[in-house]
Design a protein around this ligand. Structure first.
Ligand SMILES: *Cc1c(COP(=O)(O)O)cnc(C)c1O
Length: 397
């Protein structure tokens, strides 16, 4: 997955364009910037690549989620449905707005279970936020139907699945809004950065304003601009955007390499009795950044994970006991350990996460192992890795 593996002369050239003018900011300084508008250029190219009308770059994937929610009017007391298996950014981005995360079970797609989603809807629900974890996607068709029926927003977190598709559409472009991360370990990186895509002109304008203190971005005198509503600073810098331009150029070749490497590992593991694979919803194509598979039981999965690391196979993840990606590790959320007071809406509305039954999620996550797919591996290296994985897993099943 990591785009940093292919960082090179192209990225340096883009950054040098910015360094030569010295204009590190994305707005203003028109005369000094030698015609370089890196953030703007990235936004235009990315919107096209993602078959969307609008793109807004921001400082991170986490801020992309917050800006997307804010741009669609989500605020204090609104409920946002999210999965138990995701990165902590999901609830962080919701709670910072005073909105309330509602956690629901995942299924064998390792993403939101549409039935669990429907059961969690209340009259305060405003948004459903599927997270396309580890390169594959939620059942977007079912989720969209639920959103239409209940008049809810569909916000896709595509931070880990850039380049995957559903019904021929790029992930992130199927819902009302889609979010991406370009942090240092993502499929393409800006160092730090994120993006929102949407076909809604209203959300696009509001995202543009919100991420820059409410600036209306009308005219050529920044200081004279007005502020139609409150905002914040989630801007990206020109330096980060410049890196992203070079990385975006490499996206298709990264995806092709990932697919080749994924296929070698997948076909080898298919020969192991007892190993099954994560379900990809009908109409979906992964971005091939991870191979995600199930062992027959939690115990076997733990043993297989140990056997993999003992035999020197790096970058295999057992998320079930990991601090960052599954509810089991989120003591701080379960016990609402915030530095200051949380909004009263969050305190009164949030489910008691120490008591909620997530046994369905546990049943899938306890059995799941994910192998990262690197871009830098040669074909021979991937074959060796696949054989080593096969041997290690066979030793426990
Ligand atoms: C990385 C990631 C984020 C957050 O992105 P940052 O750029 O690191 O803030 C959000 N959601 C998912 C699923 C991620 O993997």
């Amino acid at each position: 997955m990591p785009g940093f593996e292919v960082f090179g002369a192209e990225e340096r050239k883009q950054v040098n364009d910015v360094l030569e003018s010295g204009v590190l900011m994305r707005y203003g300084f028109d005369g000094m910037r030698n015609g370089h508008w890196k953030a703007k250029q990235f936004e235009n190219t990315f919107a096209q690549r993602m078959q969307s009308q609008h793109c807004q770059l921001v400082s991170s994937g986490t801020s992309a989620l917050t800006v997307a929610l804010a741009s669609a009017g989500v605020g204090a007391g609104d409920e946002v449905i999210m999965p138990t298996f995701t990165f902590v950014a999901s609830f962080e981005s919701i709670m910072i707005l005073g909105a309330v995360p509602v956690l629901v079970d995942i299924d064998d797609t390792l993403t939101l279970d549409p039935k669990a989603v429907e059961a969690a809807i209340t009259d305060r629900t405003k948004c459903i936020m599927p997270v396309h974890m580890c390169g594959s996607m939620a059942d977007l068709k079912a989720l969209k139907q639920i959103c239409q029926k209940h008049d809810l927003l569909l916000l896709e977190d595509a931070c880990q699945a850039i380049g995957g598709t559903f019904e021929g559409k790029p992930l992130g472009s199927y819902g009302d809004l889609g979010c991406f991360s370009f942090d240092f370990v993502k499929t393409i990186t800006c160092g730090e950065g994120g993006a929102i895509i949407t076909n809604s002109e209203k959300y696009a304008i509001q995202a543009d304003q919100y991420q820059d203190h409410g600036h209306d971005h009308v005219g050529t005198d920044r200081g004279a601009e007005t502020h139609p509503h409150l905002g914040y600073n989630f801007r990206i810098s020109e330096l980060n955007a410049a890196v992203g331009i070079a990385q975006l150029d490499k996206l298709d070749s990264i995806l092709a390499t990932q697919k080749r490497n994924y296929t070698i590992i997948r076909e080898t593991l298919e020969e192991v009795k007892g190993v099954t694979f994560r379900r990809v919803p009908d109409g979906g194509e992964e971005n091939y950044s991870f191979v995600n598979f199930f062992l027959p039981s939690e115990e076997k999965a733990k043993q297989a994970h140990q056997a993999l690391s003992k035999s020197g196979v790096e970058a295999c993840f057992y998320w079930y006991t990991n601090n960052w990606h599954y509810i089991n590790g989120w003591e701080h959320l379960k016990n609402l350990k915030s530095l200051g007071n949380l909004s009263s809406e969050i305190k009164t509305q949030i489910q008691d996460l120490n008591q909620t039954d997530f046994s369905k999620s546990d049943a899938w996550m306890g059995r799941t192992i994910s192998s990262l797919v690197k871009i830098g591996w040669t074909e021979a290296e991937v074959k060796d890795r696949a054989e080593a994985m096969k041997k290690a897993i066979q030793s426990v099943v």
